[in-house]
Design a protein around this ligand. Structure first.
Ligand code: CP
Ligand code: NVA
Length: 310
């Protein structure tokens, strides 16, 4: 029996295949419950503190609605409005919040701050995006792929673009679940070596394959899923010009998707910079693009995380 109560959710690497599968199955069950219009108020009386150091649409709204659907409530706390913004330490903030609330979700610049929060909080800490990973997003993505393709094991996902937090979490999530992943990035923007190492180890265990390439065409060849994300992430505005230059040729467009399987699906964590990493015709393609279902699934996947951890 899988029991996740009290655990942190910082990266998918901390979870086994069985635990991730249990989270996905719970999410599917909660999604069906929402369609029926009924939820067990399993989080009645529980409060989630949500700390944001960066902007958010999906993460903020889906966590807030998830808490209220499950009978609890969420507090939206901007980093700069807390004493954190005036230099109170992350450790002290973690100790204090642990006396008031039942869980902390945080979106931060530095992953180290999440680890510090988790170290000093007595309650679960959930990663709502850091510079290193975005596990809530990828849990929702796996849920979406499972719904669209009925299986995960053996599928090929191609990620084209920046070796960023989303790419890192896809490398971990796909290989944990037995999916093959091919990443195409310019040399300078490869995913982190430590993450590639984790993915290789997972792949060995789950019987999948990892490719880190430079050619988008090669990565997308025969893919079941094509995934991209912005070239310039939040906090990278200063290097935007240089990055946009480096990513020429990495756009997911009508020409590139021709290399994928006929029934490929297109995914993007959003927000999209239309005309940069993806063209309108690909993201708005009514047959292949699943980005709105993907965004919706943030709600159901996070409900599973909240219900099982809190
Ligand atoms: N995908 C995602 O995390 O979106 P937000 O930045 O809007 O939360
Ligand atoms: N890589 C993007 C993801 C946004 C959800 C960023 O970090 O800005």
């Amino acid at each position: 029996m899988v029991n996740l109560k009290g655990r942190d959710f910082l990266t998918l690497q901390d979870f086994t295949y069985e635990e991730l599968r249990f989270l996905l199955d719970t999410a599917l069950e909660l999604k069906r419950a929402r369609k029926r219009g009924y939820f067990e108020p399993v989080l009645r009386g529980k409060t989630l503190a949500m700390i944001f150091q960066k902007p958010s649409t999906r993460t903020r709204v889906s966590f807030e609605v998830a808490m209220s659907d499950l009978g609890g409530r969420a507090l939206y706390l901007r980093w700069d409005d807390l004493q954190l913004g005036r230099g109170e330490t992350v450790a002290d903030t973690a100790r204090v919040l642990s006396r008031y609330v039942d869980g902390i979700m945080a979106r931060v610049f530095s992953h180290k701050d999440l680890e510090e929060l988790a170290k000093y909080a007595d309650i679960p800490v959930i990663n709502g995006l850091s510079d290193l990973t975005h596990p809530c997003q990828i849990l929702a993505d796996l849920l979406t792929i499972l719904e669209k393709k009925a299986v995960l094991k053996g599928l090929k996902l191609a990620f084209v673009g920046d070796g960023n937090n989303v790419c890192n979490s896809l490398l971990i999530g796909c290989t944990k679940m037995g999916m093959n992943i091919s990443v195409a990035t310019p040399k300078k923007y490869r995913p982190k070596e430590e993450i590639i190492q984790w993915a290789m180890e997972n792949a060995q265990e789950s019987g999948s394959k990892v490719e880190i390439l430079e050619s988008p065409e090669e990565a997308v060849k025969d893919a079941d899923v094509i995934y991209t994300d912005v070239f310039v992430s939040m906090g990278e505005e200063k290097v935007a010009k240089e990055k946009l230059q480096a990513f020429q040729g990495y756009q997911v467009n009508r020409e590139l998707v021709k290399h994928a399987k006929k029934d490929y699906i297109f995914m993007h964590c959003l927000p999209a910079h239309r005309g940069q990493e993806v063209t309108d015709e690909v993201i708005d393609d009514p047959v292949h693009s699943v980005v709105w279902d993907q965004a919706e699934n943030r709600l159901h996947a996070q409900k599973a995380v909240l219900a099982l951890l809190l």
